[in-house]
Design a protein around this ligand. Structure first.
Ligand SMILES: [Zn+2]
Length: 137
């Protein structure tokens, strides 16, 4: 997946700012498949915002509208893992949409320490993640 360098920096910044809570946002790409914009979404999970995120369906709806206005397409979600590695959790897999990219940013002590991108795919009636190379350019 290709992410515009400035956009990746904005993602990192928002993940650090939101620490120790999980931060999430939608990633929008242009027709060339390059992520050129993000739309932050609020984390509405009821139980524990440090380890879970859930995006309000209305926010998805508004994001789709906004993407359409901009001539872009929603291709996935980024979210942070405060004090955890950039590996998807079981919860992440359960809530993943096949065909969407999931960029996970690991934030330790308020600083980004790594990231990884995962593509959700259908797998024998279930789902799994395959890791994707990210290039920031
Ligand atoms: Zn996660």
């Amino acid at each position: 997946m290709i992410i515009e360098r400035g956009v990746l920096e904005r993602i990192f910044k928002s993940c650090e700012t939101g620490y120790p809570y999980e931060v999430a946002g939608l990633m929008l790409s242009n027709s060339g498949g390059r992520v050129v914009e993000i739309l932050p979404v609020s984390n509405v999970h009821e139980d524990d915002r440090r380890v879970r995120y859930r995006v309000d369906p209305m926010e998805y709806y508004r994001a789709e509208k906004k993407a359409e206005e901009l001539g872009l397409q929603v291709v996935g979600v980024f979210h942070s893992h405060p004090d955890h590695p950039a590996q998807p959790s079981r919860y992440d897999l359960e809530h993943a949409l096949p065909g969407w990219f999931y960029l996970i940013v690991s934030v330790y002590g308020g600083r980004v320490s790594g990231y990884a991108c995962w593509l959700a795919i259908e797998n024998y009636g279930g789902k799994r993640f395959v890791q994707e190379v990210v290039s920031a350019e």
